[in-house]
Design a protein around this ligand. Structure first.
Ligand code: HEC
Ligand code: HEC
Ligand code: HEC
Ligand code: HEC
Ligand code: HEC
Length: 407
């Protein structure tokens, strides 16, 4: 009886051992490594180690095992044409050696995992899915504070930062303490848990990048019900988000998305961070109007008043025709002093066109605590100049057009 029991026990143990061995050899990465080693000559194989490859990056608090499958990523002479056996494009691994930087600090993904979907972070519970294509550029900013230094390698990131300034996003949003707080603070947009966003009207997969990019292309599709809780049933559609639709093409929307994803509050050890360049001296302007135009751009007046102040953004139920006003005709009904005081103090809230309906979402912020007085004077010169014909152009006839406005 004892012998039979013993035999049974041994059989079970051997069986279990077999299952473990089988599970191990059937792992995805072992298949890739086998395939890779098969492609090599005996001489090439010399010195290469199989098994799990990992780098532990204590400073970055990461453990990356990506090279377990991406076996030739730093060995161009052995690389094959298909993934995961390709060599890395460019010179990124020379300036950021894998043993010091790993992979996930630029690519996202889940460093410890060893099957493709999990490693690429393309699973429900992981916040950092693999960044593909131009989205990889959203990783550079956390270490390269002065993006001009790396512009040739991160053109989309630089483009996104430039449009952020040009389109006047700072008129409604704050990033790292600069900007208005009319709407959401975007300082850590790149870390926003996607579960906090509503994907009801977003096409494709539930990724932060998808939401942000589609929101730029069609804000009123992605967030139609904004403020709906305050509204009588049936009126939701008349009061969607007041985030403007800038009519961006795909490339422009993606560039802004790259910039948004790059906004993170995490701090990396100093050894990894390139300090930003010292502040450039203020440029010298030919006239006060030119200087005022730069102030207008810097503080994001365009966010509400349109590029060059020529068109207002939607502001439901505002007394001046449902939008923030164009600034072109301002010279006709303000004198310098009144205009300056208006800009200094703003107006909040803006009067309603229909008293029975909600307060208009946009208001004119007070600028006196944000813009130095001398610059407000320049702004006044600029705003007063908007209605004047450009030197050399025929005199304007009739009312100024609200061109460049937001439908
Ligand atoms: C289990 C094997 C495996 C592991 C581990 C793995 N990958 Fe991959 N990787 C693949 C395969 C297979 C592909 C090609 C299919 C695809 O693109 O999903 C690929 C493709 C890629 C691509 C190209 C994507 C594109 O846009 O074409 C990148 C970048 C990448 N992996 C990065 C990583 C990073 C970073 C890690 C570590 C966090 C990692 N991989 C871990 C197997 C793996
Ligand atoms: C300094 C940031 C950085 C680091 C670190 C980095 N990469 Fe990349 N990786 C990039 C960039 C940027 C690209 C896109 C380059 C291009 O398209 O020209 C890229 C492209 C790739 C691709 C090719 C994707 C394609 O479209 O074919 C793979 C695969 C890849 N990386 C894997 C890795 C792995 C594995 C590691 C770690 C050993 C790693 N990378 C480390 C920045 C980085
Ligand atoms: C974790 C921090 C970190 C990240 C993320 C990072 N870099 Fe770097 N990068 C560095 C450091 C540090 C150096 C300097 C290496 C040296 O000079 O020894 C460097 C060097 C470089 C260089 C070479 C500069 C030169 O003068 O030799 C380029 C180009 C570059 N990075 C581009 C990028 C791009 C593009 C990205 C995003 C895809 C990126 N880096 C992401 C930290 C980072
Ligand atoms: C968050 C949106 C927003 C931003 C940013 C903004 N404004 Fe306004 N602005 C408004 C609204 C709304 C009104 C209309 C106020 C009213 O109806 O009384 C207005 C009114 C004005 C007026 C008076 C127009 C008129 O016809 O009465 C001037 C001038 C003006 N803004 C200048 C500026 C300048 C200069 C900046 C940048 C420093 C700026 N605004 C930034 C929303 C904004
Ligand atoms: C006139 C004010 C206004 C301007 C200008 C504006 N936004 Fe917004 N933005 C909003 C409002 C309101 C929301 C919140 C409702 C929504 O998500 O649509 C928002 C939401 C966002 C969000 C999502 C934030 C989150 O966490 O839900 C991002 C990202 C964003 N804006 C980026 C930008 C960028 C980039 C620009 C410039 C191209 C810009 N915004 C210009 C009003 C504005």
């Amino acid at each position: 009886m004892k012998r039979i029991l013993f035999l049974l026990f041994t059989l079970i143990l051997t069986g279990l051992f077999g299952v473990v061995v089988w599970m191990d050899t059937a792992r995805e990465w072992t298949g890739y490594q086998r395939q890779f080693f098969h492609s090599l000559t005996r001489a090439e194989r010399k010195g290469l180690a199989g098994g799990i490859h990992q780098v532990a990056l204590e400073d970055l608090r990461r453990i990356d095992r990506c090279t377990t499958c991406h076996v030739a990523i730093d060995k161009p002479q052995l690389a094959l044409a298909e993934q995961p056996f390709t060599a890395h494009p460019g010179t990124y691994l020379e300036s950021h050696p894998p043993e010091q930087f790993g992979c996930t600090v630029c690519h996202g993904g889940q460093g410890l995992a060893t099957d493709t979907k999990a490693a690429h972070g393309e699973v429900k519970h992981w916040e950092e899915p693999l960044l593909r294509g131009p989205l990889i550029q959203s990783s550079c900013y956390k270490c390269h504070g002065d993006v001009r230094e790396i512009e040739p390698h991160a053109p989309r990131l630089v483009q996104g930062m430039t449009s952020y300034k040009q389109l006047g996003c700072a008129g409604c949003h704050t990033v790292n303490g600069f900007g208005q707080n009319v709407s959401v603070d975007l300082s850590d947009m790149g870390e926003k848990p996607w579960q906090l966003l509503d994907f009801t009207f977003v096409h494709g997969e539930e990724r932060l990048s998808q939401w942000v990019e589609q929101h730029f292309q069609e804000p009123r599709r992605v967030t139609p019900g904004f403020r709906a809780q305050e509204l009588p049933p049936g009126e939701e559609e008349i009061y969607p988000t007041f985030m403007p639709n800038y009519g961006l093409n795909e490339e422009q929307a993606r560039a802004l998305t790259v910039y948004m994803l790059s906004l993170k509050s995490q701090h990396l050890p100093a050894a990894y961070v390139h300090p930003p360049a010292p502040q450039e001296p203020e440029p010298v302007y030919a006239s006060s109007v030119e200087a005022g135009k730069a102030v207008f751009q810097k503080f994001g007046c365009a966010g509400c008043h349109g590029l060059d102040g020529v068109g207002g953004r939607r502001s439901w139920n505002a007394w001046l025709g449902d939008e923030a006003p164009s600034l072109v005709p301002v010279a006709h009904y303000y004198d310098r002093q009144t205009l300056k005081e208006f800009i200094r103090n703003g107006r909040q809230p803006v009067p309603r066109s229909n008293p029975a309906r909600p307060t208009p979402p946009l208001y004119m912020p007070a600028w006196k605590d944000r813009i130095p007085d001398a610059q407000i004077d320049q702004l006044v010169d600029y705003v007063l100049s908007l209605g004047e014909p450009l030197p050399g152009s025929p005199p304007a006839n009739g009312a100024p057009q609200a061109a460049g406005g937001n439908p």
